[in-house]
Design a protein around this ligand. Structure first.
Ligand code: SF4
Length: 363
């Protein structure tokens, strides 16, 4: 295997890397374990061309050996997340394309998982790999190809509203490619996105309009989509400006869904029996605040107290359930302290209304 690496390093080019990756097949048949170990180190090699070769090789060895899929996919994922675009395209996309053609059932699961749960670099690779598979000519039966395009469109549809600019461009390029294969499936989808009320879908539509497939989308009103996108952006900008003027933009509000809410007050020196904290952390930054010390025991840095506020999104419904539960016996001396460790009326309360829901639950 070292001689293959030496060859790549002597004449580094994508073609050389692709040839080297394909040449690994023989070594894998003779020494599968050692070959996989070498490929693992190739996938982290300082030379991008060696990393590309590892992607091609993973596609080659995985194609005929389903039992190595679980072992090699984490390395393909590493290549899909590579900072070098050529590695992502010539390495990871090639591997995914080859693996999909041999094990489509397993690769659909991977594609769905990566599109939903991984970062934008990996999403872009999956979007591009799926369109490569569709246009590769390897899905010969028209009915299978149509089913493939339908499934791909469903996945693209999930991404449309929340795609980053890079993923939006990749999606538009992919739609351009698959649109020419099945315009009767793709055009209605583009028209549906054009009527949505989110800037991600409208952005995608405008990007598609710039591709050769755009003019083929009969009934697509690009001007109207552009006007609606501009209106949406104006509304978002004024909301952001409002948040900035209230100081909210300097602070990140993290909304969580909790399993439990009320905490028993252990100290007998406090005038309440239960603690109900809708927020942890506080944007208001009072100089004299002694609540910052609460971040010490929760493991946060003290500066994080005013920069990152955790909000219990479902606090109202939790409190309602817990007040009805067996651990909370309705007795007159039960006193609930709301906002004991952080202020319950921070600027974001106007928008989130969590404390308001708590008070309603107490009525
Ligand atoms: S928790 Fe209270 S004292 Fe501390 S910064 Fe917020 S409002 Fe001020």
């Amino acid at each position: 295997m070292q001689d293959i690496v030496d060859r790549i390093l002597t004449r580094p080019s994508i073609e050389q890397a692709q040839m080297a990756g394909s040449a690994v097949r023989g070594a894998f048949h003779r020494h599968p374990k050692e070959t996989l170990a070498s490929l693992a180190s190739w996938s982290a090699h300082p030379s991008a061309h060696v990393r590309i070769a590892s992607g091609v090789a993973y596609g080659v060895v995985g194609q005929r050996n389903r039992d190595v899929l679980a072992e090699i996919l984490p390395f393909v994922e590493r290549l899909a997340n590579d900072t070098d675009r050529q590695v992502r395209r010539a390495g990871a996309e090639t591997a995914l394309e080859q693996l999909w053609l041999a094990h489509s059932d397993a690769l659909w699961v991977i594609a769905e998982d990566w599109l939903r749960n991984k970062n934008d670099r990996i999403r872009e690779v999956v979007v591009r790999a799926l369109s490569r598979i569709a246009t590769s000519g390897k899905i010969v039966r028209p009915s299978l190809l149509r089913r493939f395009v339908e499934r791909v469109l469903d996945l693209y549809d999930e991404l449309a509203a929340k795609a980053s600019p890079e993923v939006t461009v990749a999606l538009a390029t992919a739609i351009d490619a698959v649109g020419c294969l099945a315009p009767d499936l793709v055009v209605p989808r583009v028209l549906e996105w054009a009527h949505r009320e989110d800037d991600g879908s409208l952005d995608l539509v405008l990007e598609i309009a710039r591709t050769p497939f755009g003019p083929l989308c009969e009934g697509l009103d690009v001007h109207e989509a552009g006007v609606r996108l501009a209106e949406l952006r104006r509304t978002e900008e004024s909301a952001a400006a409002e948040r900035a003027s209230s100081g909210e933009s300097r602070c990140e509000y993290v909304q969580i869904v909790s399993q439990t809410f009320l905490v028993r007050q252990i100290s007998t020196h406090m005038p309440w029996d239960w603690i109900a904290d809708p927020y942890r952390g506080c944007q208001l930054r009072c100089e004299f605040c002694n609540a910052r010390t609460s971040t010490e025991w929760s493991g946060d840095a003290q500066t994080g107290f005013s920069r990152r506020v955790t909000c219990v999104q479902n606090a109202g419904s939790l409190l309602q359930n817990e007040l009805r539960g067996s651990s909370f016996e309705p007795r007159t001396e039960n006193v609930i302290g709301i906002g004991v460790t952080s202020d319950p009326y921070q600027p974001a309360e106007e928008r989130l209304q969590i404390t308001r829901e708590l008070l309603k639950a107490c009525l």
